[in-house]
Design a protein around this ligand. Structure first.
Ligand code: MOS
Length: 735
C-alpha cells in the first residue's frame, strides 16, 4: 500500500481500542520475569559457553603481541578469539564505522581485543586476566575544543551541512538587539539497564543470534557484511529489550564476538558486555560546542537567526548536528545553520535519545530565554511572537500540524506561569531560591517504509508479525490496538510477535519513527486481511462492517473466525510513502515548564515540578505515551544536571566508565511530573493520523531547567551539565 495522499476516514477513526489508555499486553510477562531477554534464552540453545570481552588498554596504536599461553591453560577455557584467528572482519559498509574487533590497529580505548570463551562466566573472567597484550601506543587527538577550528562541514542525516536564507550576517549586524553566545553539551552514554548481550549459535553455516537490538534487518545485513556470509544464513531474534536509547541501533562487539566465539569453540556462546566496557567500547553521543546568534528588532521580532554546531566522530560517522531543530522552530527572515565535525580518536559517536534535537535545543532554548530578557518580553510571549507559521527554511512549505503556540499557552495556564517573578533571584522560600523556566520542544516526525503480516485463525485470533522491536516503549500494545481496531475485535483476541528476522521487515525502533511506521504497516496488512475475510464470507467488501468480533452486512452477521474455518488466512503488506514528507514539514511539538529550587546555602538544585504539553498527532495509547514523555523528561533532568562522560584528553578515554561515576536521575531526583497531550490528528502523517512521541519528551526539558536555574539565582550556565562547580561562586549573597 502506498500512503501518498492525506488520510481520510478509515476504521481506525472509530476509536474503540485505539486512543484508549491501555496497560501493556506484555506487562504480566515482564513483572513475572517470564519475558525472555537476550541473555535468557537458555532452552533455545543448550550447552552454552560464556564469553568475556577484553578491551584495549590504549586508545590508538597497534597490538604488538598477544600471549594466550597461560590463559588457554586456565580451567574451563575453550578458546580465545583475537584478530589472529578471527578471519577477515569488515566494517566499511556497515552502519558501525569502527571495527568491532581491534587488531593489529587499535582505533579507540576499550575496543575489543579478545573474547575469552569458557565453561562458566567466572572461568572466562579469570582467564581474561591471564591474557598478556603488548601495545605500541601512538598519539591521538582527543579534544573537541582543540580540534574545533578547522573542522570540516559534515552532512547530517537530515538536510545539508549548511543552510542559508536571506542575508544572515547583514541582518544580524543591523539588528538593534543582538545575542551572540556559545554553549556546550557533554559526551553522554546511553546507560540503559540491560547491557548489550547476545547468544550466538551455529548450525552448519547458519547463524542464529538472540540479541538485544533495535534494528533487526540492519543487524542481519551488518553481520553478513562483517563476517562475509550470506544474509539468508542469519537469523536474529530480539523479543524483549531492556532499554536501548539508540545504543542498540546497530550490532556491536557482543554480537560479532559471540558469533566468532561460537564458531571457534563449536558451541553456543553467550556474551553480556561487562558494564565497565559499555562506556568506551560502544557508541555514545558526541559532545557539542555551539554558537548561537540572534538579532531582533526592538519590538522583539527575530530578524536574524544563526546556529552553528561543532561535534566530533570517526571518519564516515554522522555528525551530532545540533542546529537541526533551529531549521523548524522559530521565524526570522535571515538565517544560517552550519554543522561541522572534527575527527577524533575517541570511540564512535552514534545516536542517543533524540540525536541533534536534544543538544541543539539545550542551546537554542537557552538563547531564546536570554533574548527574551534582552528585548524585555516574557519568555513565553517572546516564543509565541516568533512562532514560525510555515517551514522557515522552505518558503511555501507548511507544517503538517504545528501547535507550539497552543502548547505554550496551555502550559503557562496549567503551570501557573503568572506566578513567576521575572526578576532573577527574587523568590525565596526559606532556604530555597525558587525559579521557573520554560522551553519549547521539537522532534522530527519521520516514517519509514515497513511491512507486517497478519493471520486469522478459526477461533478469531489475529496474530501480527513484524521484525519491529519493543525497547520497553509499548510497541506490543499499540500493534495489538491497531490490529484489534482494524479487525473489529478485542485486544485479547490479538497476539503480537516482534523482533525476529523471520518476520516481515519493519522500521526498527529508532528516530521516534517506530510507532507510526509499524502501526501503518499493520494497517496495510489488515486492509488486505479484511478484503479476504469479506470475500470468504461472501460479502461485498465496500460496505461490510467489522465490529464486536463479527463481520456484518445488513442483517447478516458472521463470527470473524468463520472466515478461517477451512484454514488460517494470512495477509502481508508493506506501507510505502509518497512525497507528503517533502510537501509538509512534519514535526512533533511541545512545551516544558519546570520549577526548581536552589539551596541558598549549599547551592544544591532540586527539581520541584515539571509539566510538559505535547502536540504529536493522534495518541494511540495515552498511558504508554505518557510513560514515554515522563521518561524523556527524566532524561532531560539528567542532561541538565548530571550526565557527563569526562574525557581524559591525554590518553583518550572516558574516565567515569561505570554507573557510580556516570550519574543519571533516580526516583529521589524526580518530583511531580504532569503530561498533557493536546487534541491533534495529523492526516499527513499516516493512515492512523499519528506521530511518534518516543523522543519528544527529552528535547525541551533540559533547557527549561537551565532557564529555571537562571530565574532562581541569576546565573546563566551555558556549559552543561549545570553542576555546582559552575555557579557556586556566583550564588546570590544571603540577606
Ligand atoms: Mo533513537 S536515539 O533515534 O534510537
Amino acid at each position: 500500500m502506498k500512503f501518498d495522499t492525506p488520510a481520510t476516514t478509515n476504521p481506525i477513526d472509530r476509536l474503540k481500542v485505539v486512543g484508549k489508555a491501555t496497560s501493556r499486553i506484555d506487562g504480566p510477562l515482564k513483572i513475572t520475569g517470564a519475558a525472555t531477554y537476550a541473555y535468557e534464552h537458555h532452552e533455545a540453545a543448550p550447552n552454552q559457553a560464556y564469553g568475556h570481552i577484553i578491551g584495549s588498554a590504549i586508545a590508538k596504536g597497534r597490538i604488538e603481541r598477544i600471549d594466550l599461553k597461560d590463559a588457554l591453560r586456565a580451567p574451563g577455557v575453550l578458546g580465545i578469539v583475537t584478530h589472529e584467528n578471527s578471519g577477515p572482519i569488515g566494517s566499511k559498509k556497515t552502519t558501525v564505522r569502527t571495527r568491532v574487533l581491534a587488531g593489529p590497529e587499535v582505533t579507540h580505548y576499550h575496543q575489543a581485543v579478545a573474547l575469552v570463551v569458557a565453561e562458566s562466566f567466572e572461568e572466562a573472567r579469570a582467564a581474561a586476566a591471564l591474557v598478556r597484550i603488548s601495545y605500541a601506543r601512538a598519539d591521538g587527538r582527543f579534544d573537541l575544543a582543540e580540534a574545533k577550528d578547522g573542522a570540516p562541514l559534515a552532512t547530517p542525516y537530515r538536510g545539508p551541512p549548511e543552510t542559508r536564507i536571506g542575508d544572515f550576517e547583514g541582518a544580524f549586524a543591523a539588528a538593534p538587539v543582538q545575542l551572540d553566545e556559545s554553549y556546550s553539551t557533554p559526551d553522554q552514554t546511553h546507560a540503559m539497564m540491560e547491557p548489550h548481550a547476545t547468544i550466538a549459535v551455529w548450525d552448519g553455516d547458519r547463524l542464529t543470534c538472540w540479541t538485544s537490538l533495535q534494528l533487526i534487518a540492519n543487524g542481519v545485513e551488518d553481520m553478513a557484511l562483517t563476517l562475509g556470509i550470506s544474509k539468508e544464513n542469519i537469523r536474529m531474534v530480539s523479543s524483549f529489550i531492556g532499554g536501548g536509547f539508540g545504543g542498540k541501533a546497530f550490532i556491536l562487539s557482543d554480537n560479532v564476538l559471540a558469533a566468532l566465539g561460537a564458531r571457534l569453540v563449536g558451541r553456543p556462546v553467550k556474551v553480556a558486555m561487562q558494564r565497565a566496557l559499555m562506556f568506551n567500547n560502544t557508541t555514545h553521543r558526541s559532545a557539542t560546542i555551539q554558537r548561537i546568534r540572534i538579532g531582533a528588532g526592538s519590538d522583539g521580532r527575530i530578524t536574524a537567526l544563526g546556529h552553528e554546531g561543532w561535534c566530533y566522530n570517526v571518519p564516515d560517522g554522522l555528525p551530532e548536528s545540533a542546529p537541526q531543530p533551529t531549521k523548524s522552530m522559530y521565524a526570522g527572515a535571515n538565517r544560517l545553520t552550519r554543522s561541522r565535525m572534527a575527527l577524533l580518536d575517541l570511540p564512535e559517536s552514534g545516536q542517543l535519545r533524540a540525536p541533534c534535537e536534544t543538544p541543539g535545543m539545550m542551546a537554542l532554548e537557552c538563547a531564546m530565554d536570554e533574548m527574551a530578557e534582552k528585548v524585555g518580553l516574557d519568555p513565553v510571549e517572546f516564543r509565541i511572537l516568533n512562532d514560525a507559521k510555515s517551514s522557515p527554511e522552505h518558503p511555501g512549505r507548511p507544517f503538517s500540524r504545528r501547535q507550539l503556540v497552543e502548547c505554550l499557552r496551555t502550559g503557562a495556564e496549567r503551570f501557573g506561569w503568572d506566578r513567576r517573578d521575572p526578576r532573577p533571584g527574587a523568590r525565596r522560600e526559606g532556604r530555597w531560591l525558587v525559579g521557573m523556566g520554560v522551553a519549547g520542544a521539537i522532534r522530527g516526525s519521520i516514517v519509514f517504509p515497513a511491512g507486517a503480516r497478519v493471520r486469522l485463525d478459526r477461533h478469531g485470533i489475529v496474530t501480527v508479525e513484524t521484525d519491529m522491536t519493543d525497547l520497553g516503549t509499548g510497541t506490543y500494545t499499540i500493534v495489538a490496538q491497531t490490529a484489534a481496531e482494524m479487525m473489529g475485535t478485542s485486544l485479547n483476541k490479538v497476539v503480537v510477535r516482534l523482533g525476529d528476522s523471520r518476520f516481515p521487515v519493519g522500521p526498527g525502533a529508532a528516530g521516534q519513527a517506530g510507532a507510526a511506521s509499524t502501526t501503518a504497516a499493520v494497517y496495510a496488512a489488515c486492509v488486505k486481511l479484511r478484503e479476504t475475510v469479506a470475500q470468504r464470507l461472501g460479502f461485498n467488501n465496500d460496505e461490510v462492517d467489522f465490529a464486536g468480533g463479527r463481520v456484518r452486512l445488513g442483517n447478516k452477521s458472521i463470527a470473524l473466525g468463520k472466515a478461517a474455518a477451512d484454514g488460517d488466512i494470512v495477509a502481508e503488506d508493506r506501507m510505502e510513502y509518497g512525497d507528503l514528507a517533502k510537501r509538509y514539514d512534519m514535526q512533533t511539538f511541545g512545551a516544558n515548564f519546570t520549577e526548581i529550587g536552589v539551596d541558598c546555602l549549599t547551592g544544591e538544585i532540586r527539581v520541584r515540578r515539571m509539566l510538559m504539553v505535547c502536540a504529536a498527532g493522534r495518541i494511540i495509547n495515552p498511558k504508554a505515551a505518557r510513560s514515554q514523555i515522563i521518561g524523556g523528561m527524566t532524561m532531560g533532568v539528567g542532561a541538565a544536571l548530571m550526565e557527563h562522560m569526562v574525557t581524559d584528553t591525554r590518553f583518550g578515554y572516558f574516565v567515569n566508565h561505570d554507573l557510580a561515576g556516570y550519574e543519571v536521575p533516580v526516583h529521589a531526583d524526580i518530583p511531580h511530573q504532569e503530561v498533557i497531550f493536546l487534541e491533534e490528528v495529523d492526516p499527513m502523517a499516516t493512515p492512523l493520523k499519528m506521530k511518534g512521541v518516543g523522543e519528544l519528551g527529552i528535547t525541551g526539558t533540559a533547557p527549561s531547567i537551565a532557564n529555571a536555574v537562571y530565574n532562581a539565582i541569576g546565573v546563566r550556565v551555558r556549559d552543561y551539565p549545570i553542576t555546582l562547580d559552575k555557579y557556586l561562586d556566583r550564588l546570590p549573597a544571603l540577606t
